[in-house]
Design a protein around this ligand. Sequence first.
Ligand code: MOS
Length: 746
Amino acid sequence: MPDIAYEQARHGSSIGQPLTRRDGILKVTGAATYAADNRPEGLLHAVMAVSRIARGRVTHLDVAAAKGHPGVVAVMTGANAPKLAQDPDAKDNPFMFRLDLLQSDQVRYAHQPIAVVIAETLEAATEGAELLAPRYAVEPARIGLDVEAPQEPEAVGAGDKTRASRGDVEAGLAEAERRIETVYETAAQYHNPLEPHAVVAQWDGDRLIVDTPSQALATAQMRLAALFGLDPKNVLVRSPFLGGGFGSKGFLFGPQVLGVMAAKLVGRPVKLVLRREQMFGPVGHRAETRQTLRLGTDASGALTALDHHTLTATSSFDDFYEPASALSRYLYAAPAVSTGHSGVRVDTGTPLFMRAPGEASGSVALEGAIDEMAEACGLDPLDFRLKNYAEAEPISGRPFSSKALRECYAQGAARFGWDKRAKAPRSMRDSAGRLVGYGVGTALFPALMMQAEARAEIRADGTGTVALGAHDMGQGAWTALAQIAADGLGIDLDRLDFQSGRSDLPNAGIAGGSAHTATAGSAIHSATSAVLAQLAELATGDERSPLYGAGNAGVFARGGRLLRRDDEGRGESFADILARAGRASVSAEGKAAPDPASREAYAMHAHGAVFAEVSVDPDFGQIRVTRLVGAFAAGRIVNPRLVTSQYYGGMIWGVSFALHETAVLDPRSGRVMNANLGEYHVPVNADVPAIEAILVEEHDPHVNPLGIKGVGEIGITGTAGAIANAVYHATGIRVRKTPITLDRLL
Ligand code: MOS
């Protein structure tokens, strides 16, 4: 039923503009205040001592030596830590991760916090923490996927089904003309936002103010309230700027809570910042996987069966299983598909959502297996993908709400020059004699919707406010959301006061699952539409207004005016409408949530196709990605500049996944041996090729009122597989283990 909300979603002039980040100047000039930049009066510095073993007990800490160090104010251990109102090991839901808050002498993983030293200076706290010289009762660490017989977890990821299937895979494989079974392994990875987790905590009686980077302000606020027995209204969490998150800041973790406990213990504000090394343990990671895929095709190359099973690891004390098989439920058509997961428990910190959790690891395996199957059928990898294109979601059978993947393949292939690909591996060389390979990978990420609230106001001077506790991890969310807000109110962006990044604003949900712009944007749209509906009622019901009788569905707003849909020349300014009504302002609240009926009826995903060119030194195995072209269809594009930049970032992560990133765990100590940005490799500029991202047009009437799908995570999917397939095409060597390092080509 068309109404002003429906109309307004189509009449904006700000959505679609390639604006630069609104906070860009603040950031590049250093004026933006990140959590650790806050220095309240009387601030003390806290430094964590962390475990050097992965399993056992702490038997001794030299608290006296640390306390005796000049400048040290207090040493917080299990003996004197403030009592908590909630057990840090309690778990009421899958999103409530167990925390290490000095509740016992048990060590569950390396780099687990075991004490906190609080001092007048950072140096004194650091030296004090060194003086604790912990002693341990050590038990052997259990590391790797072969430590025990795998178990089937109750749920994977954020509570997804462990298994899902359709049809009879064994029968499909048995009747297949050709079949393959292949095993892919992906490495453990650790989120490494440039800004480590940090907290500045201030207590004022039973009121608490916490500055900390967060992808979910309200969740952090509620967890703090529960842990400290506070009324949530008395807990304020502020996150104006984040230096990246990638999922690791979606939840409050132990070190942040320890900073709050330290402030309570000493009765002064405390700052606690993780050292880079301390990021490798208590704040989540992407667990390693071993994925077994079995595929069969008929004589024409059509899949008869696809089976995708993932073995992964979680911690000894909590549950998060990388849902790497899940995307095989969504991507390729086959009469029989089965997906499942199993897991083992190891002595690491609990794994977590990490940018494209499940899809990133799963995609590199699935796209590799699809490439292998295409070759077994003697088909071009792109033709094989088109042959097995899913017109409906493979397992659920639901139609897609929209799917422009065919256009992604076509536009990407044309731009890349896929038709110049020689069929045989190891048959292309560049002018310097290096081996050249082309590879393709399909990208997919679910188009999720979560819950959010927002508040909006229009004032008589023609300015407006939109407020919600939304999060900008650096990707430009506050710019995109402000564009939605300005269009929603029908005002120019420079007339908009956009407030965000605090837990005392309406709850904007979580910046995760690539769903923040869609979800928070929908809440904004709902609030701004409610404001306009009030204005429309004031105007269209008043004989003195040129809009009289037009009705709610007969007007829309632009440039601070309500206009008639049937005659845009006739309208009235917000100021005039409010003045005649004797009102200073109108305001309203709005909410967004997934629509159960449309979510039931349709499968909703963003899609893409990534094409990679690599060059490989035939003697030394050195691999260079020389070109990447990604074509993505993700519904309505709010800001093409920012979206392009998200795709670049995702594809660069794909380079990282394919060629660089791995956490090396010492099986004896259980410690990450490369817990620093020097040895934990991520691509640097010299590793990043010419990248292109094509924004493929797609209109989706079902995902949400604005037609927005997420763009934050899809770029990683497809890319790593495309690169691995290109390495095979260049060399004729199929490396089924990422990162693909040069020793694996020799
Ligand atoms: Mo993302 S891994 O949902 O922050």
